[in-house]
Design a protein around this ligand. Sequence first.
Ligand code: COA
Ligand code: AMP
Length: 630
Amino acid sequence: MGYADVYAAWKADPEAFWMEQAKAIDWDTPPTRALNDDNAPMYEWFSEAKVNTCYNAVDRHVENGRGEQTAIIYDSPITHTKREISFIELRNRVASLAGALRAKGVEKGDRVIIYMPMIPEALEAMLACARLGAVHSVVFGGFAANELAVRIDDAKPKAIIAASCGMEPGRVVHYKPLVDGAIELATHKPDFCVIFQREQEVAELIPGRDYNWHGFQYGVAPAECVPVEGNHPAYILYTSGTTGAPKGVVRHTAGHLVALNWTMKNIYNVDPGDVFWAASDVGWVVGHSYICYGPLVHGNTTIVFEGKPIGTPDAGTFWRVIQEHNVKSFFTAPTAFRAVKREDPKGEFVKKYDLSCLNAIYLAGERADPDTIKWTQEMTGKPVYDHWWQTETGYTIAGNPVGIEPLPVKIGSPTVAMPGYDVQILDDAGHPVAAGELGAIAIKLPLPPGTLPTLWNAADRFQKSYLNTFPGYYETGDAGMIDEDGYLYIMARTDDVINVAGHRLSTGAMEEVLANHPDVGECAVIGVTDQLKGQLPLGFICLNNGCDRPHEDVIKEVIASVRNTIGPVAAFKLVTVVDRLPKTRSGKILRATMVKIADNAEFKMPATIDDPAILDEIRAALKPMGYAGV
Ligand code: COA
Ligand code: AMP
């Protein structure tokens, strides 16, 4: 069957389609139905079944003869370390860690926050939680203590599992003080912390609260896998929304297993035993789905890469890892290739390596610009597939179903909707528009298995953020179009979310930090186009009347506050002081217009603008910074 047949078969009978895919999972109690629409529009999948994620990702492979196969390859050019962990070793390590967590009181349904860099222990911690039915929430290491505290207060974890440090080029990121600071800031206090002490830094432990990763496992019985209901939360992953409060995306256990397993062959075209590599971070959804769960559930070898596309040690790192570990499918963000291309425009490094093992390259996380796709195609000679998805969906909404049938690539489009997703372009009134016309991208409900059923502790916010604008649809927050051939094009976000180096960030959250500065009266943060990172945040601040401090001082302070409050990952370094911000007559700041001015793009004067002269002031402030058409 080709793609069109598979998609049509799903559309004709989604229940049968997903029940068929569910056969690839080992159930404790197999599902009798796929969709649970009892509480529509809050849908669930495989709710009545019982299953364990860790069993499917690890134990079953040992029982089925893959015990000696490498499950995880750890390759860390930043610490000059390489290690391989077989499925049998992984099973033993995870069972032991889970046993120790259980002995300290962690049970099914308890939350555990994981704050770890790209080391295999991060995956082991995730799997140990899954083994017990505990709900993990991994927090990206580039977030500051305050962001960690916000997540602690929302998830109310029984335990925090962290490493002593992370490694960024040229600096050690001291995780332990960040964990201590976050616990101090948070109202909720975890019962205990487990610290994995890395060679690069041994952190001080607080007696009675902190345990050493190795020490606390001694003499404790390993834990067996605890079967959980299909709609039991596997994890919570916080992501940026419009406001400063992150959204806790919930992932239910059974749909997650069924859907991710399906994608491994049908989208990434790998078979069990093949090596799959997603160069991302466990703190992001790509890391959850394609460094940890997807490949392991499917019986693939996954790579935990602790390094950067450039500088660790050079722009040939990707190609070295692919050759050395026999990678068949490779997935990263376009920004990574933009970085490589900038260092090695002629592809001198590519030529040094044998990439014959590699079948294809997959890009996601942000818009893949045509230049980068073409460069990557030309330099590697491999197909490059863009695909579009979100933290909320957990896997591809639109992509190229290469394992079913590779469709012709149209550069600029992530290709077509995957089975499970009825993607439509709607006008403001919620009516579908004609092919080729721009509109809001929405997905007809129900969303498929594996996507978010709700937000943690915030079912109302879930409905308000995603379901209310277009009744009967999930609002993606992206705008775009579908062409005559059914190819989707993603053009822009419809909210205040920006994408910096493939990292999803909220300009609203940055504005909250700026507004807290005592000298700042008003502010706005926009995402301006950047050749390397796709977008960069740029802040405008209006100082309070009577503030006569040098602008440079205030600018330095607000930059430092964003770094300390949100984290270095915000990459917030551009700020300008202006007298006024452009607004509508009703007082809404015209951020979209400011973006157009900064990017020197054409725009229509908003009909409701209060004072058009302010736009010239904005242009004048941006020019010395290298924006607005310099
Ligand atoms: N822990 C602590 N700090 C981190 C971090 C982590 N896990 N990840 C990033 N940071 C820091 C960086 O060190 C940098 O700090 P600096 O301001 O002191 O230089 C800052 O956060 C911004 O990071 P980043 O935006 O990633 O920029 P960079 O200059 O370090 O690297 C790229 C640029 C393009 C090489 C890098 O962004 C990259 O590899 N991107 C790949 C995209 C990706 O993995 N996306 C995930 C979704 S698929
Ligand atoms: P995240 O939740 O971090 O994965 O970010 C999701 C958002 O990133 C989407 O809503 C899009 O705005 C953007 N995005 C992800 N993948 C793509 C893609 N292939 N093309 C264009 N934008 C993308």
